[in-house]
Ligand binder design. Structure first.
Ligand SMILES: Cc1ncc(COP(=O)(O)O)c(C=O)c1O
Length: 429
């Protein structure tokens, strides 16, 4: 059907004569958030990025060290695989938790890199690592269940647990222990209600990575508590430095294989944050339960991105250590630059692209604005106002007084950022 003039189109006519066209000012029905949503807070890392953008719009030369994504491009062979997939017509719905080819590539990856045997029925793919964790929580956590989260933690874990109706229980890893969870701290945190322990190595925000011996020591505790499942977030597996030997818990404590969900993704290792592919492998009943959630919520991850991920996992891997070496150089630059600041102590992390320095030495000092710095939030806010460097305050990750820097940017930018932070610290009285 085609219309030749506005008056012969019934839709146009009815809007023009009878129905007021809704506008932004139209009175809306009162909206209130669900009780579940009221329990969670928006991502603080995204809030920092938004503040930095607002200052940049005012014309300020902002250095933003808040974002957690590699500054490298997705390798060309992976982009080409996606283009070929489009041209082949791989543009339709797929199996909800991943195409067989990607599941096979994931099985091969776990065997090749982690010595772990999984069947494709034990594998699930989601639109990013984030939904993998969310789906695992939604599929398994009941109201009153506790989930142990070592602090400092990646910002999304506690809120995902809350969304699922569970209770996050924080177990602190001290700076003196490289921010890693000690077996006795884990033991003290476990109760009959503990459903999960979430491990993350290398860690966002501290960059700390667990050695094989450290994982085995945690395994000894976990073996005594068969009700506790383990979700290991191995997202930064390939960003490790100084020849660190990476291992994952199901590999080094085989007794835990039957209650471990090993999670990973292509976002960080392959610079594919925007493609949205995360995956996991674990016991089949859990994978099936997650698939039920996927089928009634997001459905399959983008078909084209799945084919790109097949190429990422099966294709050449040689650029990964090359990129890790670039990150190691940047880490060394940032650690040295921050340790040259009065009042800051910056440990040297084993992996990821974050540092998590202590600002214990600046607490109680007065900024040029006259504000006394009492918290790491004050520090981050004054640093942003005074020197326009955006960092994320440690309280967002559950351990103060610290801040997180993402060094996924050029050496020139990092050098300038360190100079500004040094100048800021020197200006504190
Ligand atoms: C520790 C950790 N896990 C999971 C994710 C989520 O990854 P994705 O972007 O694939 O959802 C991130 C992203 O920042 C992360 O830092």
């Amino acid at each position: 059907m085609s219309f030749t003039s506005g008056t012969s189109n019934p839709l146009t006519r009815s809007f023009a004569t009878d129905t007021p066209i809704p506008s932004a000012g139209t009175l809306m029905a009162p909206f209130s958030e669900s009780e579940t949503l009221k329990r969670v807070k928006p991502s603080p890392t995204l809030a920092v990025t938004a503040k930095a953008r607002a200052l940049a719009r005012e014309g300020k030369k902002v250095i933003s060290l808040g974002a957690g994504e590699p500054d490298f491009d997705t390798p060309e062979n992976i982009c080409d695989a996606a283009i070929k997939a489009i041209k082949r017509g791989e543009t339709r719905y797929t199996d909800v938790d991943g195409i067989p080819e990607l599941k096979a590539a994931i099985v091969a990856k776990f065997k090749r890199e982690n010595g772990l045997d999984y069947a494709t029925t034990q594998v699930s793919v989601s639109p990013g690592g984030k939904p993998v964790i969310y789906n695992a929580m939604m599929a398994s956590v009941n109201v009153g269940d506790e989930v142990i989260i070592p602090a400092p933690y990646w910002v999304s874990y506690p809120d995902m647990v809350l969304l699922a109706g569970g209770t996050p229980v924080f177990a602190v890893g001290e700076m003196a222990d490289g921010f890693k969870l000690k077996p006795e701290t884990l033991e003290a945190a476990i109760t009959p209600k503990t459903k999960w322990l979430i491990l993350n190595s290398p860690s966002n925000p501290s960059g700390a990575a667990y050695t094989e011996a450290e994982l085995k020591a945690l395994g000894e505790v976990l073996k005594k508590h068969p009700q506790v499942w383990i979700l290991t977030d191995d997202m930064y597996e390939h960003l490790i430095f100084d020849g660190f030997k990476y291992t994952t818990i199901a590999q080094v404590v085989p007794e835990l294989y039957g209650r471990t969900l090993t999670m990973n993704g292509v976002s960080k290792a392959y610079s594919m944050t925007g493609w949205r592919i995360g995956y996991c492998a674990g016991p089949e009943p859990l994978i099936k339960a997650m698939s039920k959630i996927i089928s009634q919520s997001t459905s399959n991850p983008c078909s084209i991105a799945q084919w790109a991920a097949v190429e990422a996992l099966n294709g050449p891997q040689d650029f990964i250590p090359e990129r890790a070496a670039v990150f190691q150089k940047r880490r060394d630059l940032v650690v040295a630059g921050l340790n040259a600041c009065e009042g800051i102590t910056c440990p040297t992390p084993e992996g990821a692209f974050y540092v998590y320095p202590s600002i214990e030495g600046v607490i109680g000092k007065t900024a040029p604005s006259g504000k006394v710095i009492m918290t790491d939030e004050d520090f981050a806010s004054e640093l942003l106002q005074t020197e326009t460097v955006a960092v994320v305050h440690g309280a967002a990750f559950g351990l103060s007084p610290f801040f997180r820097i993402s060094y996924a940017t050029s050496e020139a930018v990092l050098t300038e950022a360190c100079e500004r932070i040094q100048r800021f610290c020197a200006s504190l009285k």
